[in-house]
Design a protein around this ligand. Structure first.
Ligand SMILES: Cc1cc2nc3c(=O)[nH]c(=O)nc-3n(C[C@H](O)[C@H](O)[C@H](O)COP(=O)(O)OP(=O)(O)OC[C@H]3O[C@@H](n4cnc5c(N)ncnc54)[C@H](O)[C@@H]3O)c2cc1C
Length: 419
């Protein structure tokens, strides 16, 4: 092994979560290698303004919570994201399409400027790529996958074989390679997994009425339909979760018929849907890694867990994982302990596993409640939502949860206390 092939930390996957971890470790003194199997054009990320004009809006957007905003600020990329493009949302309007239940949240009730931001995934990733590419302790390798991973040797180092034939040695490997993580599989960690029985259609649509800086969500027995506001007032990004058969039918419709079907499903809340961009569809599965860490190994983001997008929490949980793991590693480095040992990495697992499992259980509960047909579940939903809408403490708790401010947060995700 040459000095170039020996490193402290390898992060597999240059998605939003893996890159955030790399950026949070900029001052750690650790040598970091990020491997990404797609040949992402770093130049394109660096000239984002140009590419966005050519490509329009990314159909994949995320509702980033206030806690995620804080993590991305500490990672040094929030100002770039603001400069590129984002949309603060000030309200959330949720209703039961099969009954009368309705709940409305407004940032004014909490004396906050907004409840969160809708950001295109491409924007977050471009800002992070720019940051990490300029980081002296970090080397980005694009178009390269991990093919083999050894157990740790006596010194605690793992050997890695890459798809380009290169061999590496690293004290720790982080799986951030998404829902179908091969790295987690190579580390021998299994998953609990089941199908939600939903496929989600995503695209950008134009509506007659402005989006009012509001996230709209209509629940039906088929699944939730969300309209998320984009920076141009008449544009929204939609996430339409429904049965696989219905999703297939919707994907086969021509644009005009799809717009009509969407308008009907949304009860015309934003008037006519006049245009749709090309649609993409994603099967939705719940997954949870049986463990997040081993000696010299950790899994974060979708590589560790995936949940239903109905509450828009997936990447937010991943960013909290990145923050908690960065904190664990930084503390270990500062204290001069074996930061990559299983014993030390378990701190990260303790901080995140319970939180992530709780969110997965909440999503499952929501999905079942709204999937259930018949008068009793409908009564439960209607009275439950109406009561919540009137009861300020309960409502405040829910909105704090949606903003990512409830529960134990990693230190890097906490907002500084105002003087
Ligand atoms: C329809 C839909 C809507 C959603 N809406 C929201 C929302 O509003 N809010 C929210 O918080 N979350 C949302 N999510 C979830 C969110 O998109 C994911 O949680 C998030 O993208 C996960 O980020 P990640 O970096 O962990 O994984 P990914 O984004 O999957 O990134 C993984 C990276 O690893 C790379 N990779 C994969 N395999 C390899 C390999 N073998 N070697 C090297 N590199 C590899 C990939 O190319 C990719 O760049 C939604 C999900 C869906 C499906």
């Amino acid at each position: 092994m040459t000095q170039d092939n020996m490193t402290d930390l390898v992060i597999v996957g240059a998605g939003m979560v893996g890159l955030t971890l790399a950026a949070l470790l900029a001052d750690s003194g650790l040598r970091i290698r990020v491997l990404e199997h797609r040949d992402i054009d770093a130049e394109q990320a660096l000239t984002w303004e140009q590419s966005q004009r050519e490509q329009g809006y990314d159909p994949r957007v995320s509702a980033l919570t206030v806690a995620s905003q804080q993590v991305l600020s500490v990672a040094g990329v929030w100002p770039q994201i603001e400069q590129m493009r984002l949309m603060p949302y000030r309200a959330m309007d949720v209703w039961d399409g099969e009954g009368t239940g309705h709940i409305h949240f407004d940032c004014a009730e909490l004396h906050e400027p907004c409840l969160g931001h809708i950001v295109e995934n491409r924007v977050t990733q471009a800002a992070l790529l720019q940051r990490v590419a300029a980081q002296p302790n970090c080397q980005l390798s694009m178009g390269v996958a991990l093919t083999e991973l050894s157990e740790p040797d006596e010194q605690g180092a793992r050997r890695l074989t890459l798809s380009n034939g290169e061999m590496l040695e690293s004290r720790c490997v982080v799986a951030a390679d998404g829902a179908l993580s091969n790295t987690r599989r190579l580390a021998g960690i299994g998953m609990w997994e089941w199908d939600y029985g939903h496929h989600a259609i995503v695209t950008t649509v134009t509506t007659e009425v402005s989006n009012q800086a509001t996230c709209w969500q209509r629940f039906t027995n088929d699944g939730p339909l969300a309209f998320l506001p984009l920076a141009e007032a008449h544009l929204s990004s939609i996430v339409w979760s429904t049965s696989p058969d219905h999703a297939k039918l919707l994907m086969e419709l021509n644009d005009a018929d799809f717009c009509q079907a969407l308008e009907r499903a949304f009860e015309g809340r934003l008037g006519r849907v006049t245009h749709t961009d090309p649609r993409a569809v994603f099967p939705l599965r719940q997954r949870h890694a049986k463990q997040y860490v081993k000696a010299g190994f950790a899994a974060i983001g979708d590589a560790a867990h995936t949940i239903h997008p109905l509450a828009g929490q997936g990447v937010n949980l991943g960013l909290m994982d990145a923050a908690a793991l960065a904190e664990t590693i930084l503390e270990g480095v500062k204290d001069g302990v074996d930061w990559h040992s299983e014993y030390h990495l378990r701190r990260f697992q303790r901080a995140r596993q319970g939180e992530n499992l709780q969110m997965a259980a909440t999503m499952e509960g929501f999905k079942r409640l709204f999937n259930a047909e018949g008068p009793l579940p409908r009564l439960l939903r209607n009275t439950g939502m109406s009561l919540m809408n009137r009861c300020s403490p309960v409502k405040n708790h829910i909105v704090q949860q949606a903003m990512g401010l409830a529960g134990p947060l990693p230190r890097l995700a906490r907002r500084p206390i105002k003087e």
